[in-house]
Structures are given as structure tokens and as C-alpha cells.
Design a protein around this ligand. Structure first.
Ligand code: COA
Ligand code: AMP
Length: 646
């Protein structure tokens, strides 16, 4: 690896980590509370690639809640639920948070949840979802939060993989303009799943209540009686005990259950709050994401609370709830110092308020940093935000698998110059090389596979739930000695990383990670579909959107409804979040002579970027026909947009 010289506190810290990684993480581990401090910082002989802090014991909930109360900060603000979709704002101090979490833990324990049991949380962005996550941690149970935009089938797949004793849910979620009834989705998922949870703990929301069945328990009634009980103690768990499982898209319809270690998670996230985000205890941090995603786990719930900050749980959208000034209102009214958002949210705001007029209605003078992640930040949006907000706008790159930033521009270690288009430099813990497909290290400025030298730092996945072999094959076997990020990118002369594209079939739709393979599995199940391919096509708002190309079965007849049926099928099986709106029927799919569908070329044609006829193509006419179909579709869209505007 190149030596990029010493520039700032960042270089000193990175060099300190490089010189002695164990001492670096030992120091970070001293900043959190242990029941039994670890004598060993890292044991390379344990687990798949070694384990962090293997002989320490601690508790996640103690570090997020109780330690602040015990340190005399019980009156400090911990959680702000800001919900424009219900016109409610609720605030909880650390003392109140402990009471609510302890009550929820009593309820779970009464329902038979014990250390190591799994609990699925399928909830909208409400405080009870956070209480449930922390209550699991208090008991030593392992939560798995499932994003509310997923449909029953996806929930059922997760129920079967995690085999939860309990599911925690709510009667409904609220999307702009419609109420999403969670209970029928949950009931259907339980019916579809082979594994049945013992109980479902349901919060009735006033906007839409639901009928409860024999398996269901009314949350409000159960919690009411538990609030006056003694505070439930936090159970000491080994540092290697799983804190949670979070499912993410892989290459097939079977999602990957990313496991998070308890010890590494607390240590790395606690370290990151000050070093990466430059925030201090008592200040307000806001990650405008959803608890169903990794950003929500790490930076709505755990990171800010480990660090003694107040965190904002926002139940709304960047635009439309009620307008493009929503983010600036939240920052102003709760004195948010650092906002973490997805570039797609910024693009939605710019689209609705290009001159930043809503900004002028709010006092943002105390706001310090805007962080962006989840997808590539387009330089135009970054420049807009810098100009309008007058604060550093910092792109940073990470994955569900790592749980925290692989690269960033660390606000707390002394900012480096911002380079538009780059999510910064490697954080301590990560040594990055750009590799050729043959595994050779490529020189600066060359596009290749972005790989992280093993071992991974604390908080990164030790394994996949129930799928050790898949952990090895998905991440560790392609480039021995490295973790394969499945991102393609460049490292420049100054050590800045540029992330350009995925090397697998994952696409990024409005900051949500989706598998085209999973979408194809659903489309292929339509009885009239002989073959299909899904590609991610550039979209000005969402970054990418999926397009489906389908070949009908010869026997299928000529129903006009197939496109609409496929859109509905994907929505029903995966959920609205899949955002599949475009289905194009073609006579055949273009393939190589060895039978591989030319998805990359189809994507380039759909994006309108330069493409070459692949040398190995079997039937050039098939590709020409796809090109014509895409052109006809584009022309139709342009005509209908024109009509709308007229
Ligand atoms: N529960 C139920 N449905 C949900 C949902 C949830 N929690 N979240 C999204 N959906 C639905 C939406 O209502 C929408 O349904 P529709 O097709 O009926 O309109 C669909 O899923 C797609 O949602 P989304 O991708 O969010 O698109 P949108 O057009 O509603 O909004 C943005 C566009 C840019 C405003 C929105 O995507 C956004 O705020 N993105 C931020 C992404 C983010 O935070 N990512 C986390 C990584 S940091
Ligand atoms: P997720 O696991 O949902 O967080 O998605 C991780 C993937 O999103 C990464 O592998 C990248 O492909 C993409 N991604 C996340 N952050 C960035 C970023 N700052 N720049 C470019 N791509 C990003």
C-alpha cells in the first residue's frame, strides 16, 4: 500500500492504527463499559477470520442507555420522535428511555424470550421499535428488524431463516397519502412461513387499529403493567454474542443474514461518533434513514445512544410531508448538529426547491455537517448543498456488512479537503487495495475490484446467520486474504477512494439495496414468462430503478396485461420498495454464445451511454430488437410526459 504522507489528525490516527491495530482498538474499547473487560483484543484462531474481544462480556443496552443514567445524565434528551405524518413529536430523556426499555424487556421476558432467542421487529418509525431493539439487547435476545416496505413473502423468508420466538409489530405504518396495514401483511407472512413464532406483540396505533388473534398480545396493555416493575438488569453477554441479524440483498432471492457482534459493534460505533461525525455527548444527531436499514441500526439507534447524544427518529419523507423544507425544519426545531441522509433525499429536495427557498425560513446557524451515504453522491447535489447550507458536505461509503464507514472524511479527526465524487479515505481499521480480476494490486487511478485486507475491523460481520459457507463464498474466496466488497472503484494518488459500480447483481434504488436476481426469480414465476432479465437503469431521482425484460412463453397467448401483472406480482412478493414500474416484452434476450444474458450491455443501452456489440454475442439481431424496444419505450414516456406538462 502506498504511504500518503502525514496531513492531519486523520493521518496520525490512520498511521497509529497501521502501526499497532490491537493497541488502537484496545484504546477504543476502554471508552465503553464492560462487565468483564477483554484480556484478548483479537484472536485470529477463532471464528472464520478471527474474533474481536473474545473473552470480554458487556451489554449493548447498558452502553446505549443505563451507563448514561448511572453517570447522572438521566435528564438528558435521548430520543426525539418527529412524525409529520401524524403531526406528533415525542421526546424521551435517558431516564425515560430506560423505563420504557425495561418495561418492554419485562414484557418480552414474560412472553418467554431468553438470551439468544430471535425476535423479529416489523415496525414503522416509532419509538416502540427502538424500545423493542434495546429490550432485546437488554435480555441478550437477537433482534432482526425487517423494513416496513417489504411484503409478506420477504417477511416470511426472514421468519423462516431467523426462527423468531416473538414478532413485534404495529397495526399500521403511514406513508404519505395512504395507511399501510402491517397486521394483514404479518398474518400472511406467518401463514406462509414454515416456522411459527410463539407470539406477536402488536402496538395499536390510533390511525388504524387491527383485530388481534389468539397468537397476538396487545402491547399497550402489557407495557402499562410493566412500567412500575423494578428496572430489569442488563444481561452480561460475551462480546462475540450476536447483537442482531440484518438481512440484506445478495445474488439470489435468499437474503443474507448479516450478523453483528456485540463487542465490536459497541466499540467501533462509539469510536465513530466523535472521530467520523465530530459529535459530542449531549448534542443532537439525526440519521434520516429507516430502522429497517443498516444506517438506521447504526446511526438512528446505536451509535448516537452509545455516545450519549440525542437521536432523531423521523417518520416522514424529505419532500411531501409537507414540503421540501421538512429537513430544515427538523434541524432547526431540534437543534440538530449533524445530519446523515441519502443522496436520493437531497435530489428530491433539490427537484422541489432548486433555489433553496425553504432553507431561508429556518435558522441553521448551529448545524455543522451533512453526511451522505447509501449510494454514489452526484457532484451536482453535493455542490448545491455546500452552496446552500454553508457547511461541509461529506460523502462516505459503507455497507450493511461493515456497519460503519469504510471510507469517510472524518470530521472529528480534522477534515481533509473534500473531493467531489469521492467518499473519502479509508478509516482506521480498513486497508484497501484495488485488485484486477486476477487478484493483482492495481496502480493508483485504475478501476478495479475494491477489496479490504483481512482481518476486518470491529463491528464488521463475523459470519452470515446459518450460512458460514456462503460467508466464505460471497466475500472471502474470490481474493484470498481479502474481503471482496463487490464494489468497483479507484484509489487516487492522494489515497481517496472512488466507488463507481457494483460488481454483482445488486442495484441501488433510492438508497435501498435490491437484488436483480431476486426480482428475476419473482418475474420468472409468472406463468406466462419464459425468460427474463432485470437491469438497474439510471434514474434522476432514485439513482437507479429496475427495468424488467421478459420473453413470453409461446403458449401464453397475447394478453396485454402481462406488464401490469408483473408489476403487481413484484409489489406483492417483494414489496413497494422494489419500485419496479417498467416491464418490456421482447422476443428473445440477447446472450453470449455460452448462454449468458448480456445484462451489462442492455443496461448501457437503457442508460443511453456508449456501448459496443459484444464479440461473444450469439445473435446480434436480438440485441438490436431490444434496442428498438427501449427506444420505443423512451419515446412513449417522452410523449406522455409532454402531454402531462401540456
Ligand atoms: N412502509 C411501507 N411502504 C414503504 C415504506 C415503508 N416503510 N417505505 C417506502 N414505502 C413505499 C413507498 O410508499 C412507495 O410506494 P408507492 O410505490 O406506492 O409510491 C415505494 O415504497 C417506494 O418508496 P421510495 O423508494 O421511498 O420512493 P418514494 O417515491 O416514495 O420516495 C424519496 C422517494 C427519494 C423521497 C425516498 O426514496 C427517500 O426518502 N429516500 C431516502 C432513502 C433512505 O433513507 N435510504 C436509506 C439508506 S441511507
Ligand atoms: P447497503 O448495504 O444497503 O448499505 O448498501 C451498500 C452498497 O451501497 C455499497 O456496496 C455501495 O455499492 C453502495 N454505497 C453505499 N454508500 C456509498 C457511497 N458513499 N458511494 C457509492 N456507493 C455507495
Amino acid at each position: 500500500m502506498a504511504d500518503f504522507g502525514h496531513r492531519t489528525g486523520y493521518d496520525r490516527n490512520y498511521a497509529r492504527w497501521r502501526a499497532d491495530p490491537l493497541a488502537f482498538w484496545q484504546d477504543a474499547a476502554r471508552e465503553v463499559d464492560w462487565f468483564e473487560p477483554p484480556a484478548t483484543t483479537f484472536d485470529p484462531a477463532q471464528g472464520i477470520y478471527g474474533r474481536w474481544f473474545p473473552d470480554g462480556t458487556l451489554n449493548t443496552c447498558h452502553n446505549a442507555v443505563d451507563r448514561h443514567v448511572e453517570a447522572g445524565h438521566g435528564d438528558r434528551l435521548a430520543l426525539i420522535h418527529d412524525s409529520p405524518v401524524t403531526s406528533r413529536v415525542r421526546r424521551f430523556t435517558y431516564g425515560e428511555l430506560r423505563r420504557e426499555v425495561s418495561a418492554m424487556a419485562h414484557v418480552m421476558s414474560d412472553l418467554g424470550v431468553r438470551m439468544g432467542d430471535r425476535v423479529i421487529i416489523y415496525m414503522p418509525m416509532i419509538p416502540e421499535a427502538v424500545f423493542a431493539m434495546l429490550a432485546c439487547a437488554r435480555i441478550g435476545a437477537i433482534h432482526s428488524v425487517v423494513f416496513g416496505g417489504f411484503a409478506s413473502h420477504e417477511l416470511a423468508v426472514r421468519i423462516d431463516d431467523a426462527t423468531p420466538k416473538l414478532v413485534v409489530s404495529a397495526s399500521c405504518g403511514i406513508e404519505p397519502g395512504r395507511i399501510v396495514e402491517y397486521k394483514p401483511l404479518l398474518d400472511e407472512a406467518v401463514a406462509l412461513a414454515h416456522h411459527k413464532p410463539d407470539r406477536c406483540l402488536i402496538l395499536q396505533r390510533p390511525e388504524r387499529t387491527c383485530a388481534l388473534g389468539p397468537r397476538d398480545v396487545d402491547m399497550a396493555a402489557a407495557i402499562e403493567g410493566a412500567r412500575d416493575r423494578d428496572v430489569m438488569p442488563c444481561a452480561p453477554v460475551p462480546a462475540t454474542h450476536p447483537a442482531y441479524i440484518l438481512y440484506t440483498s445478495g445474488t439470489t432471492g435468499q437474503p443474507k443474514g448479516v450478523v453483528r457482534d456485540t463487542g465490536g459493534h459497541v466499540v467501533a460505533l462509539n469510536w465513530s461518533m466523535r472521530a467520523v461525525y465530530g459529535i459530542e455527548p449531549g448534542e443532537v444527531f439525526w440519521a434520516a434513514s429507516d430502522i429497517g436499514w443498516v444506517v438506521g441500526h447504526s446511526y438512528i439507534v446505536y451509535g448516537p445512544l452509545f455516545a450519549g447524544c440525542a437521536t432523531v427518529l423521523y417518520e416522514g419523507k424529505p419532500v411531501g410531508t409537507p414540503d421540501a423544507g421538512a429537513f430544515w425544519r427538523v434541524i432547526d426545531s431540534h437543534d440538530v448538529k449533524v445530519l446523515f441522509a441519502a443522496p436520493t433525499a437531497l435530489r428530491a429536495i433539490i427537484r422541489d426547491d432548486p433555489d433553496g427557498l425553504y432553507l431561508q425560513r429556518h435558522d441553521l446557524s448551529r448545524f455543522r455537517f451533512l453526511f451522505l451515504a447509501g449510494e454514489r453522491s452526484d457532484p451536482h447535489s453535493v455542490a448545491w448543498a455546500e452552496d446552500k447550507l454553508k457547511v461541509p458536505v461529506i460523502d462516505h461509503w459503507w455497507q450493511t456488512e461493515t456497519g460503519w464507514a469504510i471510507t469517510a472524511n472524518p470530521a472529528g479527526l480534522g477534515l481533509l479537503p473534500v473531493k467531489h465524487g469521492s467518499p473519502g479515505v479509508p478509516m482506521p481499521g480498513y486497508a484497501i487495495d484495488i485488485l484486477s480480476d486476477e487478484g493483482e494490486i492495481l496502480p493508483a487511478g485504475t478501476l478495479g475490484n475494491v477489496a479490504i485486507r483481512m482481518p476486518l475491523p470491529p463491528s464488521c460481520l463475523p459470519t452470515l446467520w446459518n450460512a458460514e459457507a456462503r460467508m466464505r463464498s460471497a466475500y472471502l474466496e474470490r481474493f484470498p486474504g481479502y474481503y471482496n466488497t463487490a464494489d468497483a472503484g479507484i484509489l487516487d494518488e492522494d489515497g481517496y477512494v472512488y466507488i463507481m459500480a457494483r460488481t454483482d447483481d445488486v442495484i441501488n434504488v433510492a438508497g435501498h439495496r435490491l437484488s436483480t436476481g431476486a426480482l428475476e426469480e419473482v418475474i420468472a414465476s409468472h406463468p406466462a414468462v419464459a425468460e427474463c432479465a432485470v437491469v438497474g437503469v439510471e434514474d434522476p431521482l432514485k439513482g437507479q430503478v429496475p427495468w424488467g425484460f421478459v420473453v413470453r412463453k409461446a403458449t401464453a397467448g397475447l394478453s396485454d396485461a402481462i406488464e401490469g401483472e408483473i408489476v403487481a406480482l413484484v409489489r406483492e412478493r417483494i414489496g413497494p420498495v422494489a419500485a419496479l414500474k417498467t416491464v418490456l416484452v421482447v422476443d428473445r434476450l440477447p446472450k453470449t454464445r455460452s448462454g449468458k444474458i448480456l445484462r451489462g450491455t442492455m443496461q448501457k443501452i437503457a442508460d443511453g451511454t456508449e456501448w459496443k456489440m459484444p464479440a461473444a454475442i450469439e445473435d446480434p439481431a436480438a440485441l438490436e430488437a431490444v434496442t428498438d424496444t427501449i427506444a420505443a419505450h423512451r419515446a412513449r414516456v417522452t410523449r406522455s410526459n409532454g402531454k402531462e406538462q401540456a
